[in-house]
Design a protein. Sequence first.
Length: 330
Amino acid sequence: MVRDLLGHLIPKSFNTSDELRSIIDGLLLGDGSINTKKYKSKSGPKSGTFILRVKETSFDWVMLVKSKFDQLGIKSNIRHNPAKKDIIQGRIINRGPSVVLETCGYTNFLNEYERWYPNGTKIVPQDVCIDPVSLAHWYMGDGCLNINKTDRLRITFFTNGFTYEDVLELKDRMNIVYGISGSVQLQKKKFPIMNFTTRHALILLNIMRPHIVQCFRYKVDNIKYEMSNCVVCGIELRKQYGIACKNCHLSYQKACNHNRRDNDINIIELAKEFRNGLKPVCLICGLEFNNRIGVKYCFNCRNYVRKFNKTNIRFGDDRIGFFEFIRGKM
């Protein structure tokens, strides 16, 4: 810092930009923090430093942030720390080797400190930036991608350091801006986390993907999910569900079974009729019966199907032959 003629320190500042505001907000939503203790005086802190502490494997991300700072004349340095143990909110956390980016003291960061730490505790500001750049840096720091055994996609933001109300409000803002719906849950009945699943997670990935650095590409690439539409109701769905959504696939399957009896039938129109609540028709005797959509046989015929399915009779995919066989036994 520069000193005046009396030897007093003159706080420095820098010219900000919309991109820098997005990066800083995204980092502060995640692993970033601001320190003002180093520059405190009798009249209070004069400036603040921005600190980003991440794993050693995230070095490419740190270099990207440093390059953005350098473009605006923000001086910073990078240091490498060995593995150690930290205590955060009463929890012992074993940290591996890390890399730390720390800037010099600037009055701009003091303003950001007052915005993010109004009472000394980190909050989510009302005017926090949630554009694609901000979301990408937040996701690289505190985001996680999960795909379970049923190919269900889920994005989780670990917002453990904020209150439940702040996270809930942040989720609602993302819904307003991007039209995505998520949920907020309490991890260990104490720490809030934010989840986005299936279609909403895909939208979020497409928004953030252009701004993800190479060391975090595993969080957005190699995703096999594609957007498509249900042939019955037209709703957007994942390609892995097939051509009909979860609510329509039983109706579509029933219409396909009818098609094996009559090749001229319109499968889509028949599936729509089943989806709209028409009574199903038994595929064996043709009797209409009151039951849930997707049931293929009436009560009497279903007993015969269960009985003769246990035999060694094999008709391959020719269900018509199986139906004729049961009709002969009735």
